[in-house]
Design a binder for this molecule. Structure first.
Ligand code: 1BN
Ligand code: ZN
Length: 361
């Protein structure tokens, strides 16, 4: 089975490092769309732009775990916390994760994903972080799907940006109810909590929080260009706006909730960025989680950024038997895993800033 087959195999979890190593995936062919200024993310092979748009089959109705009506934002920082340096609070991050899972399956274009987006926006607002929506039409094998990235900005001393990114959509499965506790909710929860902490700090670089839509392929198989719609659109729009050069580094979080978290070094990622992350992890005593071993190349939202010349690292645990199964649920993720990743990223951000400033990258 080829690497991409492995990614799309229904219910197939990656159970071993050997299996992970087999996931040696080709780079997303985003060079072509890099020069294309159209406002639609095309899928040339499967849906010519003048073809009738197939309606998106509705996602099977889901029984919500908890009310999906707008929820009150988490209580803001208690004043006592602002005395010392702000710290990643895995209790808050866990609540963000739980609330996303409670919304149910959140595939691109669904009302549930819109509900999730409203939650993200309201939490950013409650944290005092300015955010904007970046809507776009994605041409997918299911026709045009309206997608929306959320881009939040925490101004730093300088305008150049370091992005902390996640996808917030979940993969569409019709055969079972997929809530993406790790694959979607965990990284989104962590980026929300990282934003709250970084907002309370004085950062040298401007921090951009990217909540990307449409990372998942809408087809079962992960096949280009049916994936990373939000990442590709962001890069194209930033290039068009002349903003891409100001983006100096991207730290992508994906699938970081696994109770048995094992994160190995993904081979497409920029080496110096990975060195900083794994050095922070070792310093904090997390080398059994951030294992200093390489895995193969994994296709993810960092690829369009890499192709555009933005140093990028993918922090991802695919060694998760529940990956793309109905069992990617609350029972298989933990607050502790969110805490470890949060601590590591917070330690690494100043190191990334130093490296960027020293190298004037
Ligand atoms: C990550 C989470 N991905 C999909 N859901 C990206 C991926 C694609 C990972 C193919 C492995 C193989
Ligand atoms: Zn996925």
């Amino acid at each position: 089975m080829g690497a991409k087959g492995a990614s799309g195999a229904k219910g197939a979890g990656v159970r071993s490092v050997a299996a992970l190593a087999a996931i040696t995936l080709l780079l997303v062919a985003c060079g072509a769309d890099a020069n294309n200024s159209a406002a639609v993310i095309p899928n040339d092979r499967t849906a010519p732009s003048d073809a009738p748009v197939a309606p998106i089959a509705p996602v099977a109705p889901v029984a919500p775990i908890a009310p999906v009506a707008p929820v009150a934002p988490l209580a803001p920082n208690a004043p006592a916390q602002s005395a010392g340096p702000a710290k990643f609070d895995s209790g808050r991050a866990w609540e963000h994760l739980r609330r996303q899972v409670a919304i149910g399956p959140r595939p691109a274009g669904s009302a549930a994903l819109a509900e999730c987006r409203r939650y993200i926006l309201s939490e950013l607002k409650a944290a005092g972080i300015a955010a904007r929506e970046q809507p776009f039409d994605a041409m997918t094998p299911l026709g045009v799907i309206k997608m929306t990235n959320v881009i939040a900005t925490i101004p730093g001393r300088r305008p150049e940006r370091i992005a902390l990114a996640t996808h917030y959509d979940t993969k569409l499965f019709r055969e079972f109810r997929f809530v993406g506790a790790s694959d979607g909710a965990s990284s989104t929860a962590a980026v929300l909590e990282l934003g709250r902490v970084l907002k309370a700090r004085q950062n040298d670089y401007t921090i951009e929080l990217l909540f990307l839509d449409g990372e998942e392929a809408v087809n079962t198989e992960w096949r280009d260009p049916d994936n990373t719609y939000g990442g590709r659109y962001y890069v194209r729009a930033a290039r068009q706006a002349g903003d891409l050069a100001g983006l100096k580094a991207l730290v992508l979080l994906d699938m970081i909730g696994d109770r048995n978290l094992n994160i190995r070094r993904e081979a497409n990622s920029t080496r110096w960025l990975g060195d900083i992350i794994w050095t922070s992890a070792a310093k904090l005593g997390y080398s059994t989680t951030f294992i200093p071993e390489d895995i193969g190349q994994i296709e993810d939202d960092h690829l369009p950024f890499l192709a555009a010349g933005v140093p990028s690292v993918d922090i991802i645990d695919l060694d998760y038997p529940q990956w793309h199964t109905a069992q990617d649920d609350l029972d298989h993720v933990s607050a502790r895993s969110l805490q470890i990743v949060g601590d590591v990223v917070l330690d690494a951000v100043p190191q990334i800033e130093k490296e960027l400033a020293a190298a004037r990258r």
